[in-house]
Design a protein around this ligand. Structure first.
Ligand code: M6R
Length: 614
């Protein structure tokens, strides 16, 4: 987690640093800080607990005019959120400052060694060892060479990091590096930039340079960026990446919050993803980098992901097993990394990750790759680690997702999973081209169905009072709808802080039914599918115990209308595609409840969007 930025050039550094940090705030918002070199070559540090908006006020008061600086927005791992633990951290002289994203696993040993050597520490963070190690290296063996000093510093570290360092002795220079945490840099006529991801850079350039793990980049005020690899050799042609994201895509554009904006962007995101995907020979998906015969040979698939993306994996399993008849295991990446794995030479791994930077998911992918598995990524972020490390990557093209709660990436990732399943089914002969085309045309109706659900958001608004004061709720569903229940409950928990327990509807009477008493809210996802009647029975069981039932049901379902206290209606859809539409009601509902409780829907407490530590 954490976001870092850096700039050296001809403009006021603090302007880019603050704007960049505001864009990266989704990565953590426990504290924020900047270090800017003043024109008289002193380091000026402004940092505080809380958000970038609070930092901006302090920076305005401090009138920072320097043109070289670094910045950080923090998600606390080591040390409580506080002014003291906010980055940047400095060395003993106060002339070297560093920001860091990641975890330094051996920081306690390093601290002890540095203390013995006379260094004094001011925070509880793992990060603070970095400027002190840099200080020793810079003044010692590196003899004032920033790149060598950073190389010596990282040679002592264990863990993961992206780091930016500035030094008052070297005005107009910054050094940055990465190892397991993301970092991109850019060279422009106005100066050289660094950031944790491409979003802050979209405002200043359309071309960024990607660093490989252990590369060190020297950024200079003339705009130059020089990259050295882990061995210290010059990288003559660092990997470039064109950014096609319009910087305004990361702004509110008239909406009161990003979650609301992103929910409403879902139809267009899916239309973009489907565009030109149906070709003469079925689903066009060169990104898979697999021939038809390689696809046909796949005998087992691991889908590995976390959080909402894991829920996409559950849907992917249903679709792949139903259409392509290939056996699929869906694993939480954090569990998978410590479990036995059974792979054959024909096993495919699919990682699903909006950010492409989730540490557990990346570790799982690396593990499977190491076992000879092909890894395919479904991701949203261009140039992300997942996309770079996988053998093939399908970008969902949903545009920047800024709200911590994932919405448009969830539905677009489900569509991507459907496309993969259809591609596989045609290749291995489980579906004919005509059958694939039929499903594809049904997929094309999803955006309008979502628009229709959004038009019915008054139905979600009506049930807000039930949840506003409820300490807890039960979410039920069967088959693909159990996943919709899981995802709806996750949304309700993470942004509205209502404990929501999701369960396969048929399992309810094996325990959770004990929760139900008169007035207890039960959300039943019960579209018209082949398990409809079974779920209806479970709704009746809930009603019999006094539950207040909020059903998500298909237009025209009189039976559910007569049974439930409230119905959130969805248009008629194929039962394998209905999860992409039905979940939208539950996204909208969670957002309304959070807003009714006066909560910040975009930045829920304790969370960060991108979980880059294990
Ligand atoms: O970027 P990823 O898709 O890998 O992120 C995985 C989870 O951290 C993420 O989906 C998380 O669960 C969201 N906050 C859910 O809304």
């Amino acid at each position: 987690m954490c976001g870092i930025v850096g700039y050296t050039g001809s403009k006021r550094a603090v302007d880019y640093l603050l704007d960049g940090l505001a864009t990266l705030e989704y990565r953590g918002y426990d504290s924020a800080g900047v270090a800017v070199l003043s024109p008289d070559d002193h380091l000026h540090i402004v940092k505080c607990q809380g958000r970038v908006a609070a930092l901006r006020e302090r920076c305005n008061a401090a009138n920072l005019t320097g043109t070289t600086g670094i910045g950080h927005t923090r998600w606390a791992t080591h040390g409580a959120p506080s002014d003291r633990n906010a980055h940047p951290h400095t060395d003993c002289s106060g002339r070297i400052a560093a920001v860091h994203n990641g975890i330094i696993e051996n920081f306690e040993d390093l601290r002890a060694q540095l203390r013995l050597a006379g260094h004094e520490f001011k925070s509880d963070t793992d990060t603070e060892v970095i400027p002190h190690l840099f200080e020793d290296a810079y003044k010692g063996p590196a003899q004032g060479d920033m790149v060598r000093a950073l190389r010596n510093t990282v040679a002592r570290l264990e863990g993961s990091w992206s780091i930016a360092v500035t030094c008052a002795d070297r005005p107009g220079e910054l050094v940055v590096t990465r190892h397991g945490s993301p970092l991109v840099v850019a060279s422009t006529p106005e100066g050289a930039y660094a950031a944790s991801d491409v979003m802050p850079l979209a405002a200043v350039t359309s071309h960024v340079l990607q660093l490989d793990d252990d590369d060190i980049a020297l950024l200079k005020a003339d705009g130059s960026v020089t990259v050295y690899d882990a061995g210290g050799d010059l990288v003559r042609e660092p990997k470039g990446l064109d950014i096609d994201w319009d910087a305004s895509a990361a702004t509110l554009g008239g909406y009161s919050d990003f979650m609301g904006k992103e929910i409403s962007e879902q139809p267009e995101a899916i239309e973009r993803l489907l565009k030109d995907r149906l070709g003469e020979h079925g689903i066009e998906m060169d990104e898979l980098n697999l021939t038809n015969s390689q696809l046909a040979a796949i005998d087992r698939i691991y889908v590995v992901a976390c959080g909402t993306s894991y829920h996409v994996g559950l849907i992917a399993r249903k679709l792949i097993e139903h259409w392509a008849k290939v056996s699929v295991s869906v694993e939480y990446a954090s569990e998978f990394n410590y479990s036995d794995v059974l792979v054959t030479q024909n096993t495919l791994c699919i990682i699903i990750t909006q950010s492409g930077e989730t540490a557990d998911t990346l570790s799982a992918a690396r593990r499977l790759k190491g076992m000879g598995c092909r890894v395919f990524a479904i991701t949203n972020v261009l140039g992300s680690s997942a996309a770079r490390e996988a053998d093939g990557a399908l970008y969902i093209q949903a545009g920047p997702e800024i709200a911590v709660a994932s919405t448009k990436a969830y539905t677009a990732q489900m569509v991507a999973a459907a496309l993969v399943a259809l591609r596989l089914a045609l290749a291995n002969g489980q579906m004919t081209q005509a059958e694939v085309e039929k499903v594809f045309h049904q997929l094309e109706t999803v955006p309008d169905a979502i628009r229709e659900v959004l038009n019915r958001s008054w139905q979600d608004k009506q049930v807000v009072p039930i949840f506003r004061d409820a300490p807890s709720a039960l979410y039920l569903g069967r088959g693909t709808s159990s996943t919709t229940a899981y995802e709806g409950a996750l949304k309700m928990k993470e942004i509205a802080y209502v404990h929501a327990e999701a369960y396969p509807a048929g399992e309810m009477k094996h325990g959770p039914i004990a929760l139900i008493q008169p007035g207890y809210p039960v959300v039943a996802v019960v579209p018209s599918d082949h398990v409809h009647d079974k779920t209806v029975s479970n709704v009746m069981e809930s009603k019999a115990r006094g539950a207040k039932v909020i059903a998500v049901a298909t237009d025209g379902d009189e039976q559910v209308a007569n049974l439930a206290d409230h119905v959130l209606w969805v248009p008629q859809m194929d039962e394998y595609l209905v999860p992409i539409v039905a979940v939208v009601h539950l996204q909208v509902l969670a957002r309304y409840v959070a807003k009714a409780k006066g909560l910040d829907v975009d930045k829920p407490r304790n969370l960060a969007k991108s979980v880059t530590v294990e």
